[in-house]
Design a protein around this ligand. Structure first.
Ligand code: HEC
Length: 127
């Protein structure tokens, strides 16, 4: 297949949401953590429900063995200390969400919630 056709197909499947287009979450999200926005007021209270909805069913410090469904030991999101300073760096936590690799399967963190997590991680995990 020549390059032009491949590029057109890629762009079209991107429109249909059939390929990643540079990020499972794509859209207005930044691929990397940034400087903390000056006007940011994000706190742990706001991001807790997001981690609860999408992560702590597997990544919770109370969960052991098979309860973790294979989630990497030490990578937990049930307290601000753990969520920011887990075995995974803030950058890799963000990368898993941005690429849509986490949570596993078809679900992804919706953009509005993902932005909260992005800012919280960029701002150093404020309590
Ligand atoms: C259904 C269970 C489940 C849920 C929900 C889940 N994870 Fe995971 N997570 C896993 C498994 C299994 C692994 C190890 C295998 C892998 O990396 O795919 C993992 C690994 C990770 C890793 C480590 C990757 C590495 O390279 O070592 C990070 C970081 C992570 N998850 C973040 C998250 C975040 C953030 C969420 C919520 C947005 C989340 N996970 C939701 C099961 C889960």
């Amino acid at each position: 297949m020549n390059f032009k056709i491949t590029a057109v197909i890629f762009a079209f499947t991107c429109l249909l949401g059939l390929n990643a287009c540079g990020g499972g979450n794509g859209g207005g999200l930044s691929a990397t953590l940034s400087a903390c926005p000056e006007d940011s007021t994000v706190t742990w209270e706001q991001v807790t429900p997001v981690f609860q909805d999408y992560c702590t069913s597997c990544h919770h410090s109370d969960k052991v063995g098979t309860e973790r469904v294979g989630a990497t030991p030490g990578v937990d999101y049930d307290t601000p200390e753990l969520a920011y300073n887990s075995e995974a760096s803030p950058a890799s936590t963000w990368s898993e969400i941005y690429t849509g690799d986490m949570p596993p399967g078809d679900s992804t963190v919706p953009e509005a919630e993902a932005i909260l997590i992005h800012d919280w991680l960029s701002c150093g995990g404020p309590q």
